[in-house]
Ligand binder design. Structure first.
Ligand SMILES: Cc1ncc(COP(=O)(O)O)c(C=O)c1O
Length: 408
């Protein structure tokens, strides 16, 4: 029998929404792979900014503009240090993971030529599939897909075979949002570099479950969304190696990304501003910095280890329920479990769980090719974070048993 450590209860107390009742039942929030809840410090920072600091950044001589600029740039530096980037110029603020991947597809993609190849995997989120399909269509590139085993792990022999001198980019998720599989990105990065290919890591799911060090990983790009690491929606980060970002043309044109504009010729601003056209999500960036400050303030090694224990417990207990089938059985897996129960439609189970206050996700999780691979319409996904408790897992299991009884 495991129990929830006191420090998890302390973390939990920092997240006001977790005290909410849904349909008169205590909220059990198990949809953390979709988005995480926000600690009070982040919520307060947003209010404080609008009450005391609001101004546009980078162009004002007045006091408020300078304060806001300083806070925005401090957030960039904090994020840079948190993910181990060498310079703050390598941290580009984006709208999120999707936006970061589209930026790379557009700007790095501009450097590619007909016949060049891009490799993705069969477990990618749509946002790491569709931008490459659009690019491949417009530039006559080849998009190739690394297949997976039934247990939800990559077929690494197939990866070795697909990789060649023609491969210019390998764009792969660190952790599958549907299966929880942690991919062997260290080996993927070194093998890709050996043939001269660059590597983009989709860190949407990994950013909240472990420490990331882009320098020791040696990836060329790393993208994530702020809302998946206790920050607001509408803000994210693209990390890119400085040399590569220098070589890439701008993504969008507009204010802030230019040095000089005339009708004859425009020169572009230096990094990171070259990729940040227009007024950015200023408070988004600042509050993401606050979210990182929050995660730095807790004992995250223990919290991340605890998440693994919680997953193991949930999976073990779930498998005791008749007809439960879990998708994603890698030995390297993180805090989510995707499953179906017999022939019950995931949507029906999700609806009955919601009535009991349990928030899980049902459906294809933006990974339709993966659903086709397993020949299922969708799954129920329970995804955990550092504030979830053993008691909540028990509530979820009880609610699930009741729902199954109703639907069987
Ligand atoms: C693995 C993965 N990639 C990309 C995304 C897209 O993230 P966003 O919608 O924040 O841009 C998600 C979101 O769930 C994800 O889980």
């Amino acid at each position: 029998m495991i129990s929830t450590p006191d420090y998890i209860h302390d973390i939990r107390a920092d997240f006001p929404i977790l005290q909410t009742k849904i349909h008169n039942k205590p909220l059990v929030y198990f949809d953390n792979a979709a988005t995480t809840q926000k600690p009070k410090i982040v919520i307060d920072r947003i209010r404080d900014y609008y009450e005391n600091e609001n101004a546009n950044i980078h162009r004002g001589v007045h006091h408020l503009s300078q304060v806001a600029t300083q806070d925005y740039e401090n957030a960039r530096s904090r994020i840079q240090k948190y993910i181990g980037a060498a310079k703050s110029e390598e941290i580009i603020f984006t709208k999120g993971t999707t936006d970061g991947i589209n930026l790379v597809a557009s700007s790095f993609g501009a450097l590619l030529k007909e016949g060049d190849e891009i490799l993705i995997s069969a477990m990618e989120h749509h946002s790491n599939i569709v931008p490459w399909q659009l690019l491949a269509d417009s530039k006559k590139l080849q998009l190739k897909v690394i297949p997976i085993h039934k247990d939800g792990t990559l077929i690494m022999d197939a990866f070795d075979q697909l990789l060649s001198e023609k491969t210019k980019l390998v764009s792969i998720t660190h952790i599958s949002n549907t299966l929880g599989t942690i991919n062997p990105i260290e080996s993927i990065i070194s093998k890709s570099h050996a043939v001269g290919a660059k590597v983009l890591i989709d860190g949407a799911q990994s950013i909240q479950h472990g420490d990331i060090d882009v320098s020791s990983l040696n990836c060329d790009f790393f993208v994530f969304s702020g809302h998946k690491i206790f920050g607001p929606t509408g803000i994210g980060v693209l990390y890119g190696k400085e040399k590569l970002l220098e070589e890439m043309p701008p993504y969008q044109g507009g204010g802030d990304m230019i040095k000089n504009v005339s009708f004859e010729k425009t020169t572009f601003n230096e990094l990171p501003f070259k990729f940040e056209a227009g007024t950015p999500n200023i408070i988004g960036g600042i509050a993401l910095g606050t979210a990182i400050e929050y995660i730095e303030s807790i004992d995250r090694k223990s919290a991340f280890d605890y998440e693994k224990t919680l997953l193991e417990y949930a999976e073990k207990e779930l498998l005791k329920i008749e007809d439960v089938q879990v998708f994603g059985n890698s030995s390297e897996k993180t805090s989510l479990v995707s499953f179906n129960v017999g022939s019950i439609h995931p949507f029906d189970l999700g609806t009955l769980l919601d009535k009991q206050g349990i928030a899980v996700r049902t459906g294809h999780h933006c990974t339709q090719p993966l659903m086709d691979f397993y020949n299922i319409p969708g799954t129920i996904r329970a995804s955990f974070s550092i504030y979830n408790t053993v008691e909540e897992v028990d509530l979820f299991l009880d609610a699930l048993r009741r729902a199954i009884t109703v639907l069987s």
